[in-house]
Design a protein around this ligand. Structure first.
Ligand code: HEC
Ligand code: HEC
Ligand code: HEC
Ligand code: HEC
Ligand code: HEC
Ligand code: HEC
Ligand code: HEC
Length: 390
């Protein structure tokens, strides 16, 4: 079994701690035994069929149906050079692409690989030098690293997301090839910054689809996700309220590099309005956002939608948990003094100003406020010298 040797696995371990500066030496590709055309075919099957098979023939090259027929004496329509000149490896575009000496004739093969290993190149060199015939003693089977069908997203997607093995060890720290294929070959450039490759259905990346593929809105790990990022009674919150938000899947600590807990989404409130809050998997404690503006509150995933009372209500009614002078103003609407945020009917008019971390006060024009002291007359009540927080 061509698997990562022990030393490479150890290198991989150290590399997690210092990915930016330390480049792990990639493991050897699987060996190809034997010689002649069968060995060359086995090599194509292992390294090239992803892109050059009967069903996908990138560069119009099918190496599966009849490799010799497709190569020997055939002139590339794209580059105008002969792919295999029997007896002349260096004059064959195939060999030059495999050794990254193709000059202006497109990419080396596999693309972004820097060329194949010396053993593989020698196999092709010897075959062409010996006349590029279709003779060989016995067919040789080369082991691929991945099982057949690995090009299917339902197969390799979950492996990538749960990091069943470290993709970067072979596909490169930038996933641009390393000793295997570049992910961009199929995904297209910039894919790692497109959050919806792995999350959600839009560019916010917020799941309705969990990383394990769960899409049932009642069963995903955090059903009220969308409520939190959409303006309602509060602003639409950014992911940074509750997570370390990456700018790219390759960001340090995200999926591919430096994540000590692959497959697990971390909830961290440190960068948000609730820097001391704790999430235990079911409940959030000590969250500012679910408090009444004076004391932090707590909330469980199972609690369902919130109304005004669930954050602001006290034992005796809506205003009881607010600062005491509110009680003296209980007959007035909140809009009287918080008109920026609520209207006279008690509806939030400016979600961006509610649960934003700032208490917006807009007192009636009759009242001026200096520090905690009010001046003026409101509702025929002289307020001069009245202190809000006695
Ligand atoms: C990830 C996809 C991919 C893989 C893997 C790949 N190729 Fe290619 N190949 C291409 C693309 C795309 C082109 C066309 C662009 C170019 O020539 O640079 C191409 C072109 C070629 C050409 C030139 C064909 C022509 O008529 O111009 C040869 C020869 C070739 N590949 C050989 C190989 C061999 C041999 C392997 C395996 C060692 C391989 N390729 C692996 C994508 C791939
Ligand atoms: C030990 C090296 C190694 C590791 C680790 C590795 N790959 Fe690969 N990968 C390869 C090689 C080599 C190929 C070329 C085909 C083959 O040998 O299977 C390849 C090809 C692929 C392909 C193209 C489809 C195919 O079947 O050829 C995909 C997709 C892929 N890898 C995804 C991944 C993902 C996702 C991870 C991480 C979970 C990963 N690989 C980890 C070596 C590796
Ligand atoms: C042979 C082509 C091919 C290669 C090479 C390839 N992928 Fe993919 N991958 C696909 C296709 C096709 C999709 C589905 C795209 C779509 O849904 O539009 C996909 C989807 C994915 C998804 C999302 C799956 C999901 O449903 O959530 C992940 C994650 C992924 N690939 C990881 C990788 C990584 C990492 C690499 C490189 C190591 C890689 N792929 C290389 C073809 C490829
Ligand atoms: C109000 C806090 C909050 C906000 C804002 C938030 N999340 Fe989450 N997120 C959570 C919680 C709680 C979980 C569930 C963690 C668990 O129990 O596994 C979670 C889980 C996730 C998961 C993992 C889902 C899975 O597969 O289990 C992803 C991905 C995620 N969030 C992305 C985002 C993105 C992207 C944004 C911004 C667009 C965002 N979140 C905004 C609280 C939040
Ligand atoms: C290649 C797949 C992939 C892509 C692309 C991707 N993520 Fe993730 N993301 C994951 C996985 C897997 C997890 C959960 C497990 C983990 O952290 O390893 C995750 C978790 C998260 C979380 C929860 C916190 C955490 O780090 O665990 C947030 C927030 C998040 N992703 C946002 C984004 C954003 C924003 C983007 C786009 C810039 C993005 N992701 C792109 C795979 C991806
Ligand atoms: C008479 C004016 C007035 C009315 C009416 C009023 N508030 Fe206030 N509110 C204030 C002032 C003044 C503050 C203190 C701001 C400060 O400390 O800078 C405040 C503070 C708050 C706070 C922050 C926590 C606290 O208690 O300091 C909340 C929450 C709040 N009000 C909600 C309400 C709600 C809900 C209503 C309607 C039931 C309401 N207010 C009615 C004047 C008023
Ligand atoms: C999830 C908890 C939560 C819910 C639900 C909630 N509030 Fe608040 N509210 C707060 C917090 C926290 C503050 C503290 C100030 C801030 O950050 O805007 C606040 C502040 C206020 C203020 C003071 C003005 C301001 O914007 O600072 C008013 C008035 C208010 N809320 C009214 C309401 C009304 C009316 C409802 C129901 C429609 C409601 N709140 C529902 C958490 C909540």
């Amino acid at each position: 079994m061509p698997r990562i040797p022990v030393w490479a696995a150890l290198v991989g371990l150290f590399a997690t701690a210092c990915d930016d500066t330390f480049f792990p030496v990639p493991p050897e590709p699987p060996p190809v035994d034997g010689d002649g055309y069968c060995a060359v075919q086995a090599f194509f099957a292992a390294d090239c069929f992803t892109c050059h098979a009967a069903d996908v023939a990138l560069g119009d090259l099918d190496l599966e149906t009849d490799a010799a027929g497709a190569l020997v004496g055939q002139v590339s329509a794209r580059w105008g050079e002969t792919l295999v000149v029997a007896g002349d490896p260096e004059g064959s575009l195939l060999y030059r692409k495999l050794t990254a000496t193709q000059g202006a004739a497109g990419a080396e093969m596999p693309p972004a690989s820097g060329g194949v290993s010396a053993e593989r190149a020698a196999l092709v060199y010897d075959w062409i030098a010996a006349g590029a015939t279709t003779e060989c003693s016995a067919p040789i089977v080369v082991e691929r690293h991945h099982p057949d069908g690995y090009d299917q997203p339902v197969v390799h997607g979950p492996d990538a997301k749960f990091q069943t093995e470290r993709c970067v060890d072979c596909h490169g720290l930038d996933l641009l090839g390393g000793t295997a294929v570049a992910c961009v070959t199929c995904h297209g450039g910039g894919w790692t910054a497109q959050c919806n490759w792995c999350h959600g259905t839009d560019s916010t990346g917020v799941p309705p689809r969990d990383i394990d593929g769960q899409t049932d809105p009642t069963l995903i790990s955090f059903p009220p996700h969308r409520t939190h990022i959409t303006a309602g009674i509060g602003p639409g919150f950014d992911c940074t309220e509750c997570h370390l938000k990456p700018i790219d899947a390759l960001s340090d600590g995200h999926v591919f590099l430096g994540d000590p807990t692959p497959g697990e989404a971390e909830v961290r409130f440190w960068w948000g309005r609730s820097p001391v809050a704790i999430y235990d998997g079911q409940s959030c404690s000590d969250v500012y956002c679910h408090g009444n503006g004076r004391e932090n509150g707590s909330i469980a995933k199972s609690d369902g939608p919130r109304d005004c009372d669930s954050c602001h209500q006290g034992p005796g009614g809506f205003s009881q948990l607010l600062s005491p002078p509110h009680n003296a103003h209980a007959s007035e609407t909140c809009a009287e003094c918080h008109g920026d945020t609520v209207d006279a009917a008690g509806a939030i008019v400016t979600p961006a100003k509610h649960v934003d971390g700032v208490v917006q006060v807009a007192l009636p024009v009759e009242i001026t406020r200096t520090g905690d002291t009010c001046d003026g007359t409101c509702h025929l009540q002289p307020h001069t010298g009245a202190v809000w927080n006695p």
